[in-house]
Design a protein. Structure first.
Length: 165
């Protein structure tokens, strides 16, 4: 019997996993494999505000041997050498491609000097053909954008620096 998941079923499955305390989950079908792994944060370990993981990134079901690791950081990455102590870094919660605007030719979500508020989208990370909007948990002013549009980024990589207000 072949197992097939449509987009809505996969989304509901990932939402149920996100609401549970399950740390590792694996599902295999004839033409796909889905793996979700995460480390739940310890409340005392958070030092600086982190951006929320935009739900759990979804994996397409039509790609053979699809693998997805979704991690929720328990501690922020170490500061970049030479970074200013009065600034907070917005970091990538996943591996993906960084985009400053919602679509080619459209205005960037933020520029250097932009004022941002909690819950504001500051960029998009594309992972496995899915666009994940990154929302900030801090208010302040963007003082640096560290990544060029269309550039691949690593998990935990600093994307922007914000002077909190």
């Amino acid at each position: 019997m072949a197992m097939q998941l449509d987009h809505d079923q996969l989304h509901r499955l990932l939402a149920a996993l996100a609401d549970s305390d399950i740390q590792e989950f694996r599902l295999e079908g004839d033409d796909f494999r889905l793996e979700v792994r995460r480390n739940l944060p310890t409340p005392a370990a958070t030092v600086a505000p982190l951006m929320p993981v935009a739900a759990v990134a979804e994996a397409p079901t039509s790609v053979p041997e699809t693998r997805m690791d979704a991690s929720i950081p328990g501690t922020p990455p170490p500061p970049v050498p030479g970074s200013r102590g009065d600034l907070l870094e917005i970091t990538a919660p996943m591996v993906g491609t960084f985009y400053r605007s919602p679509a080619p030719g459209e205005s960037a979500f933020v520029e250097v000097g932009s004022r941002i508020g909690v819950g504001q989208t500051v960029c998009i990370l594309e992972a496995m053909k899915l666009m994940n909007e990154l929302e900030t948990e801090v208010s302040g002013e963007i003082v640096e954008i560290l990544v060029d549009n269309g550039t691949p980024v690593e998990f935990g990589q600093a994307l922007m620096r914000v002077k909190p207000s």
